[in-house]
Design a protein around this ligand. Structure first.
Ligand code: ADP
Length: 219
């Protein structure tokens, strides 16, 4: 059964005193490296900084971790709702209070991860028509959520990212295999083109310093 529904998705812009930046990209793209560098950059300017990440370490975030590390199995849609719930709590308890205090909030991942990973998990046939529909379905889970003032998507070929992740020897998640990582990376590229007014693409194959200056020149 198909229904045609047209609607405008209301994503809330930051009206608070502080600034909200997010870093996006596949695992191994260099997000946490750049998040740390950005924090130091703003601290040197005597700005108050809050460094944070999604999924969180809270109750829902811990549940997400158990799913992505394959300890428990959930339908892909259920996982997406968990991410959405985790973000709602994160915004309410952490991000918005910090923005109200005038802090610079720098987040490792944001709701945009949900679009790229959500399409990867839900668009199994890689059907172009389905892709947009799934993107809207995922975004609909974020109606009324605050969006970062600027989101930097670090673009790195998945093979380079895989090499970096291997060296890290961290817990392997459901997303850290070649097939998944290459698909997520493709979805990030698609999403960045589709939402190019809000997403800033950064060439992550460059040196750490060079990636950083691409970000700071767009702040
Ligand atoms: P993410 O947070 O996106 O998973 P990390 O920042 O943890 O990625 O980076 C993964 C690994 O790659 C780390 O060992 C980091 O030092 C390294 N790295 C990050 N950025 C670069 C870069 N531009 N060039 C080379 N190595 C990098």
């Amino acid at each position: 059964m198909k229904y045609n529904i047209n609607f405008d998705l209301e994503l809330v812009q930051n009206q608070f005193q502080g600034k909200y930046y997010a870093l996006e990209g596949i695992d191994g793209s260099g997000k946490s490296t750049q998040v740390e560098k950005l924090a130091k950059f703003f601290q040197k300017e005597n700005k108050k900084v809050l460094l944070t990440k999604e999924p969180t370490e809270g109750e829902i975030g811990q549940l997400i971790k158990r799913v992505v590390t394959k300890e428990i199995k959930l339908p892909a849609t259920a996982l997406q709702y968990l991410f959405s719930a985790d973000r709602a709590v994160h915004l309410q308890d952490v991000v918005i209070p910090a923005l109200k205090e005038g802090k610079i909030v720098i987040s490792d991942r944001s709701l945009w991860s949900a679009v790229a990973y959500g399409i990867t998990d839900l668009n199994l046939q890689e059907n172009e028509k389905e892709r947009l529909l799934i993107a809207y379905n995922v975004l609909a889970m974020y109606g009324g959520y605050l969006v970062p003032d600027k989101t930097f998507v670090i673009d790195v070929p998945f093979k380079i990212a895989m090499e970096r992740v291997k060296e890290r020897k961290k817990e392997i998640t459901i997303y850290e295999n070649e097939d998944k990582l290459s698909k997520v990376q493709k979805e990030y590229e698609w999403m960045t083109q589709k939402f190019n007014e809000i997403l800033v693409i950064v060439d992550g194959t460059q040196s750490i310093e060079n990636v950083f200056s691409q970000i700071t020149s767009n702040l």
